[in-house]
Write a protein of this length. Structure first.
Length: 455
């Protein structure tokens, strides 16, 4: 039987208001709340698209799985939770609004019609190099009966999941190439690429092996696990949440990722080695108290991006919503601002997803971070709030909540885990949409935010 794990349930149950808890219950002291500018934000109106995602794949999900390419198109993947239906890759031409189905992930990886658990997800953003998009695949079929996502036993006649792939997609020929397969039948839940040096990085699920793949040598290297028992470990003992974002420093090729204890790991390109950075970590009292042996991201960064303007990593602690700046050269971590929504700050309630959100994107031209965050449950008879779009201007150190997102169906958006900003400032993500009485995951867009006076 197929059950939903914690991340999956966060996406679904947020609609019916079962995941709200007080800030104190999440271990976030009220005294640490940052209110910033709390004038009531407006409502943002989003356009919905219809990708015609297969109904037999279930509601669908999306964790990252988006990116613009040099051909001007937006590429994205809608994930499947079914054991026998793969995730689906699409493209959108923003100029015409036309959506094209590119491929299902079984076909893309070469798994084809083999009766094995499907390539259900791409949990990562696309990265382009020399006219090709690079990304990785992951499984979407879990057993969450224990309250923790575990590998599900495949139904009779189906083989276990064969492993996630490092993939490329040629924008000119439309051909996919499977570059390597993760060992031990694990998915690849985190991915990044050093474009200059042609090296791919990944972290596997559920045990958290750090992988590299070099385009020149065509060699896959497994550096072992960095997360105790990973997400297949025993809760309260060896369980550790796996970091969802690898960040690459393009200057020297270093790749960074974190653990639930707050440690920051660095892969050093020159020595081909992974080290724990001493004397600096993300375990901050300001975030609250988290137990890394329990389900949840704990002190991991949930989302993180590289800022070439100041050569630093900007990352969000998932459980608390705090933004931090990690300077790899100075080896310092600075807590900047809490990026939760204005309603969350005013009520003191936690956001809906205890795991936090992956929707963090960076506009380097304007030195501006975009973040999609949840909201607390509506109080009394008020209609439930939609997710909020927040920005943080790094130069001005200015937080702004731009408002809750309402779909053109009249319903609020909720718990998006992907975010892409077009060159014109249009915001794209994927959310649940109610169509004809059933919930579907699909693409939405939000018009560019208005320019501030005087800019």
């Amino acid at each position: 039987m197929h059950f939903w794990g914690p991340e999956r349930r966060d996406l679904v149950t947020s609609r019916i208001g079962m995941l709200a808890s007080t800030v104190l219950l999440c271990g976030i002291p009220l005294a640490t709340l940052s209110f910033g500018q709390v004038e009531s934000p407006p409502t943002l109106h989003a356009k919905t698209y219809d990708s015609h995602f297969p109904a037999d794949a279930g509601i669908g999900e999306s964790y990252n799985g988006m990116g613009f390419a040099s051909d001007g198109k937006l590429y994205y993947v809608i994930d499947s939770a079914a054991y026998n239906v793969p995730g689906q890759m699409y493209s959108l031409d923003p100029k015409t609004g036309a959506i094209a189905h590119i491929a299902d992930l079984n076909t893309a990886t070469g798994q084809g019609d083999v009766k094995a658990v499907a390539q259900g997800k791409s949990h990562v953003n696309f990265i382009e190099r020399d006219g090709k998009l690079y990304f990785s695949t992951h499984l979407g079929y879990y057993n969450g009966e224990s309250g923790v996502e575990r590998n599900a036993v495949p139904p009779n006649g189906y083989l276990p999941y064969p492993g996630g792939h490092f993939l490329s997609y040629d924008l000119h020929t439309g051909k996919f190439e499977s570059l390597a397969i993760a060992p031990h039948g694990e998915g690849i839940i985190s991915f990044n690429m050093d474009v200059k040096r042609g090296r791919l990085y990944g972290i596997t699920w559920p045990t958290g092996h750090f992988l590299t793949f070099d385009l020149k040598t065509r060699q896959l290297e497994d550096f072992g696990a960095f997360f105790a028992g990973g997400e297949s470990g025993k809760v309260g003992s060896t369980y550790r949440a796996i970091c969802r974002r690898i960040v690459v420093d393009p200057r020297d090729g270093s790749a960074y990722f974190t653990t639930g204890e707050g440690s920051i790991h660095q892969y050093l390109y020159e020595t081909n080695n992974v080290e724990t950075i001493p004397d600096v970590n993300l375990r901050k009292d300001y975030f609250g108290e988290f137990d890394p042996t329990k389900p949840g991201m704990a002190y991991n960064w949930r989302a993180a991006v590289w800022n070439p303007n100041d050569n630093a990593i900007y990352a969000v602690n998932g459980a608390s919503g705090y933004l931090v700046r990690f300077d790899p050269a100075a080896r310092t971590v600075e807590v900047l601002e809490r990026l939760t929504s204005v309603p969350s700050k005013r009520t003191g309630m936690a956001d809906k997803s205890g795991y936090g959100y992956l929707g963090l994107a960076f506009d380097a031209r304007n030195n501006l971070l975009y973040y999609l965050t949840g909201s607390p449950l509506a109080l009394g008879s008020k209609k439930e709030e939609g997710s909020h779009l927040v920005t943080y201007d790094i130069s001005k150190k200015k937080y702004q909540d731009h408002g809750s997102i309402m779909l053109d169906t009249g319903e609020p958006a909720a718990n998006e885990q992907a975010l892409v900003i077009a060159e014109d400032g249009t915001v794209y993500t994927l959310t649940q949409i109610n169509r004809n009485g059933s919930e579907e995951m699909d693409l939405i867009s939000i018009p560019p935010l208005p320019a501030e006076p005087g800019t």
